[in-house]
Design a protein around this ligand. Structure first.
Ligand SMILES: Nc1ncnc2c1ncn2[C@@H]1O[C@H](COP(=O)(O)OP(=O)(O)O)[C@@H](O)[C@H]1O
Ligand SMILES: [Mg+2]
Length: 410
C-alpha cells in the first residue's frame, strides 16, 4: 500500500510525464508489432528453412512500403526473434542490419557486414570480393549463419549499380558447393527504383515480396497505446489523446499512415506538457506538437537556400550521423568525420576544423540545427547537435540544393 505521503511526494516531485522517453525514439525496437503479424508470418515462412535445415538454402525477401509503415522495425524484430529461436535449437544465426543510405557502395556494405559480424578481417587493402570470401570462411569456421538486411536498398541499387547487386544476390552461384550461410532481406520504398537492374537480377530479388500498407487510424491507435504505456507514467496520457493523433495521421482519415510521425507527435506532446510543468498530456499539447513540427519545417525550408555549399554539406553530414544513431544528438566529432568522408564524393576539399566550427555556429544561429555543449562525460565535453525537421524530408531538400550549387560552379 502506497502511503498518502509517498503518493503526494511522487506527484509533486515528478518533473516529467515520461518514465522512459527512449521508447519513443525512432530507432527503438519495440517488443510487439501490432498489425504486422501477417508480414512477420510471411517472413517466418520464407526463412524457416534457416532453422529447419541450416545451410541448405539462401533465402531472399523484399519488403516494400512507404515511410514509417514499420519495414525497418519488422525486419529487426524478426531478426531478433529468429536469432532467439535458433539459439534454443543450438544454431547460431546473427542478425545484421545495414542502412544503405549510410553504406551505399559494395565495399561499404561488405565492410559493415564484417564489422557487425565481429569477424577479425582487415578492412583495408581487401576488395569487397576478398572481404566477402574471408567472411564466408569465418562463418564456416565458427559455424555461424546470418540474416542480413539491406535497408534503404534503393540507395544501394542507384549508387552501387547492377553488378554490385548481382554480386550480393547471386553470391552462392560462384560457390555452388558452399554451405548457404547467408540469407537476405531487402527493404525499399517502391519497386520502381529497381527498374534498371537487369531482368535476371530483378526476378531473383523479387521472388518473395512482402508489402506494407500505410496504417489506418485504428492501427495507429494500438501502436501508440503500446508506446504510451511504456514511455509515460500511468494516467498522464488519456486514450483520447492518442486517438486524436491516430485520427490525424491515419491513412483512412487523410493522413500519411506513418507510425514514425505519430510516435514523434506523442513525444513532442509529452515534451510540451513537461515544458508547461503539466502532469497530464492534453489535446492542446498535441496541437502544439503538430504546429511545432510544421512551423519549424516551414522556417527551416525557407532558410536553406541561403546556406553556402559547405554548410549544406555539413548539414547533410549531420543528417546522416543522426540517422544511424539511436540518440537524438550527434557529437560534433562524428559529424566532422562524416563531413570529411562526404566531401570527396562531391569533388570538394573539406574545410578546416575551425571553419567547420563556424558553420555549426551559423547553422545554429539560423535555427536550422540545435546545438549545445554536453555535460562532462567520460570523453570530456562535446558539442551535441540535433535537428528538429524530419530527416528524410530535410535531406531531400539539402540534396537538391547541393546539386544546384555544384552545377552552378561546374
Ligand atoms: N506495427 C508497429 N508496432 C509498433 N511500432 C511500430 C509499428 N510500425 C512502425 N512502428 C514504429 O514506427 C516507427 C517507424 O517505423 P519504421 O520501421 O522505421 O518504418 P519504415 O522503415 O517503414 O520507414 C518506428 O519507431 C517503429 O518502431
Ligand atoms: Mg526504415
Amino acid at each position: 500500500m502506497v502511503s498518502a505521503r509517498d503518493l503526494l511526494e511522487s506527484v509533486i516531485k515528478r518533473m516529467s510525464v515520461f518514465k522512459n522517453k527512449e521508447v519513443l525514439y525512432p530507432e527503438y525496437v519495440p517488443e510487439r508489432l501490432p498489425h504486422r503479424e501477417e508480414q512477420l508470418r510471411q517472413l517466418a515462412e520464407i526463412f524457416r528453412v534457416m532453422v529447419l535445415s541450416p545451410g541448405s538454402a539462401s533465402m531472399r525477401a523484399m519488403l516494400v512500403g512507404g515511410v514509417g509503415v514499420g519495414k525497418t522495425a519488422t525486419a529487426r524484430v524478426f531478426g531478433r526473434e529468429l536469432r532467439r529461436l535458433a539459439r534454443e535449437r543450438g544454431i547460431e544465426i546473427r542478425y545484421i542490419h545495414i542502412n544503405c543510405h549510410r553504406d551505399r557502395t559494395l565495399y561499404e556494405v561488405v565492410a559493415e557486414m564484417v564489422r557487425q559480424m565481429g569477424a577479425p578481417i582487415p578492412l583495408r587493402g581487401l576488395s569487397p570480393r576478398e572481404m566477402m570470401l574471408a567472411l564466408m570462411n569465418y562463418m564456416e569456421k565458427n559455424n555461424i549463419y546470418a540474416l542480413v538486411t539491406l535497408d534503404e536498398f534503393d540507395y544501394f541499387v542507384s549508387v552501387a549499380g547492377n553488378d554490385a547487386v548481382y554480386f550480393i544476390v547471386r553470391l552462392y552461384d560462384e560457390y555452388p558447393d558452399a554451405k548457404k550461410r547467408m540469407s537476405f532481406i531487402f527493404i525499399a520504398r517502391d519497386l520502381s527504383s529497381l527498374d534498371y537492374l537487369d531482368p535476371a537480377t530483378m526476378s531473383y530479388i523479387l521472388k518473395h515480396v512482402i508489402r506494407f500498407d500505410a496504417y489506418k487510424s485504428h492501427e495507429l491507435f494500438d501502436i501508440l497505446a503500446d508506446r504510451r504505456d511504456q514511455a509515460f507514467y500511468e494516467g498522464t496520457v488519456d486514450d483520447e489523446v492518442i486517438q486524436y493523433i491516430a485520427d490525424v495521421e491515419g491513412v483512412d482519415r487523410g493522413g500519411e499512415g506513418n507510425a514514425r510521425a505519430a510516435i514523434e507527435a506523442l513525444l513532442l506532446a509529452g515534451e510540451a506538457a513537461d515544458y508547461e510543468h503539466s502532469h497530464r498530456v492534453t489535446i492542446e499539447h498535441v496541437r502544439k506538437a503538430f504546429s511545432k513540427v510544421q512551423h519549424d519545417i516551414v522556417r527551416i525550408a525557407d532558410t536553406l537556400p541561403y546556406l553556402q555549399l559547405h554548410e549544406l554539406l555539413l548539414l547533410k553530414a549531420i543528417i546522416r550521423v543522426l540517422r544511424k544513431k539511436s540518440e537524438p544528438y550527434a557529437r560534433i566529432g562524428e559529424v566532422e568525420e562524416e563531413y570529411r568522408s562526404l566531401c570527396p564524393m562531391y569533388g570538394e576539399e573539406p574545410r578546416k576544423h575551425t571553419q567547420v566550427y563556424e558553420y555549426v555556429n551559423n547553422l545554429k544561429k539560423m535555427g536550422v540545427i540545435e546545438a549545445r555543449v554536453s555535460g562532462k562525460g567520460f570523453r570530456g565535453r562535446s558539442t551535441l547537435i540535433s535537428v528538429i525537421a524530419p530527416l528524410d524530408a530535410l535531406e531531400k531538400q539539402v540534396d537538391s540544393l547541393i546539386e544546384k550549387r555544384l552545377s552552378r560552379t561546374r
